[in-house]
Design a protein around this ligand. Sequence first.
Ligand SMILES: Cc1cc2nc3c(=O)[nH]c(=O)nc-3n(C[C@H](O)[C@H](O)[C@H](O)COP(=O)(O)OP(=O)(O)OC[C@H]3O[C@@H](n4cnc5c(N)ncnc54)[C@H](O)[C@@H]3O)c2cc1C
Length: 461
Amino acid sequence: MKEVYDYIIVGAGTAGGVLSYNLTRAGANCLLIEAGKHFTKETFPATEADASAQMYWGGGMELSYNARMAFLRGRLVGGGSVVNQALMDRFDDIALHDWRDESGIEFFNKGEMAPLYEQAERMISLHTFRAEERTRNAELFARGCDACGYEWHFLRRAQKDCAFSKYNDCIACLGGCHRDSKQSTLITYIRDAEKEGLNILADTSIEKIEDSASGVLLYGIRKGERVALKAKKAILSGGAFGTTTLLLKSGFKKQLPSLGRYFATHPQFMFFGLYDEIINAHKGMFQSVASKDSGFRAKGFKLENVFAGPASVAMLFPGYGADHLEFMRHYNRMTCAEVAVRDENAGEILVDKKGNMVVKKDMTEQDHSRMQQGVEVLKEILAASGAKRVIESPLYFGLHLMGGARIGVDPVAAVVDPDFKLKTQRNIYVCDSSLFPNAPGINPALTIMALAHKLSRQLIA
Ligand SMILES: Cc1cc2nc3c(=O)[nH]c(=O)nc-3n(C[C@H](O)[C@H](O)[C@H](O)COP(=O)(O)OP(=O)(O)OC[C@H]3O[C@@H](n4cnc5c(N)ncnc54)[C@H](O)[C@@H]3O)c2cc1C
C-alpha cells in the first residue's frame, strides 16, 4: 500500500465516470475502481447470453428475496451507462419538489439544477428521435395512443451515430455499443479522464472501507487476491446496491440506522402485442417513443414502447413447450410496451451473515393501484393499434435501482449529508443512485450525472 491517492472512487459507472473525469482534470491523483471488466467496442461479447453473463451482476439478473422482482445492473467499466438505453431526461418540478420535501435539501429546484444538467449534457452527444427513425413497433404504439387520445413523445437519447440508414440494429447495444455511438461514460468521461492521467483498476471488488484521521482504507479482492488501498478521500459510486452493501458490510448500520432503507426501483411490467403483419421490432432503434400524458404522470405511471433480444423475450413469456415455441415463432410479428410505476420507496437492501445481498422489495397497495391503472390504459392502446392478442409477462423488473443511502438533512432518516459526505464520517463521500430520496418516476441517469458534477465542483472548490 505504497501510494496514497487523493481520491479513490469505488464504482466506474454513471456517477463514477463523471467524478473521475472532473477530479483528474482538476489535477487530483485519482484511482477509479471497478468490480467488472474493462471492455472496448472490439471486446464487447458477441452474443446476448455472453453479454448477460459477463456484463451484468448475477450473470444477467438478481432477484428480490421472494423472487417476485428481477433487478438488472451493469458490472463493467462504464457501469449502467454501457448497458442501459441511454434515455436522458431532466427531472420536472414534481420530482424536484418531492425530493426537496423528502430530504430538506434546498438545491433540488430547477434553477440550481439547470447548470448541472447543462454541464452533464455538454460532454455527451444527444439525439431526439424523428418520425422517419421510428420502427413499426413505435408507429403502432403512437397510433394506439392517438386513437385513444393519449399524448406521446419522441425520446431523447445519448447517441452519436447509430447509422440506422445503414440498417444498424440497436438491440445489440444492451450488450455494449459496437459502434461507440452510445454515449456511455466508458467512451466519454472515462476515456477522456484516462488521457488526463486517471488510474483505473478493473476486476477489483471493494469489500470493506474504514475511515481514519489519516485517510480512508479500502480492502478488496482483485482476481482472487486480497488488496488494500489508501486515499485521502473516498467517493462511493457503486450504485444503490453496490454502495449500500459496501457500507453495510463495513459495519456502518449501527451509526446510520436508515442505511439500506428507502429502496425504490420504478417496477416495469412488460406486455407483448401479437399482430398479423410483420413488425420486426428488433430492427433499427427499438425504443424511440413513450407516453407523455400529464394524467399518467399525476397517476404515478408511464408507458414506454420497447423491445428486447430473442433470449430476453423468450424468458419473459410465461409457459413452456409448444405454447412457448408458438409464441417465439411470432418474434417478428410482436410489439412490446411496458408500464413503469413510480413506486413508494418502501424497499430495503440488507446483507446476510455471509455478506450476501438480500433485497426486500414488495409492491405496496399504492404501487399495485398505479400499476393496474397503467395496465388498463396500455391494453386499450394495444387493442386500438390492432393487436390480435396481448400477452403479459409474469416477471417484473427493476432497472432503476435507487436509494439505500439517501441524502438529506435529517440525522436519522438520511445517511448522507447535503454535501454528499457520509454522516458521522470525515473522508467518505457517496455520489450515485443510492442517494435518491425517493423514486422520481423519471429516467435517473442524467440527474445522477448532474449530482456528480455538483460534488465535483464542491471538491474542486
Ligand atoms: C437495461 C437497463 C436500461 C436502463 N435504461 C436507462 C435509461 O434509458 N435511462 C436512464 O436514465 N437510466 C436507465 N437505466 C438505469 C441507469 O443505467 C442507472 O440508474 C445508472 O447507471 C446508475 O448509475 P450509478 O452511478 O448509480 O451506478 P452504475 O452506473 O450502476 O455504476 C456502479 C458501478 O459500480 C460497480 N461496483 C458496485 N459495487 C462495487 C464494489 N464493491 N467494488 C467495485 N465496483 C463496484 C458496478 O459494477 C458498476 O459498474 C437502465 C438500466 C438498465 C440496467
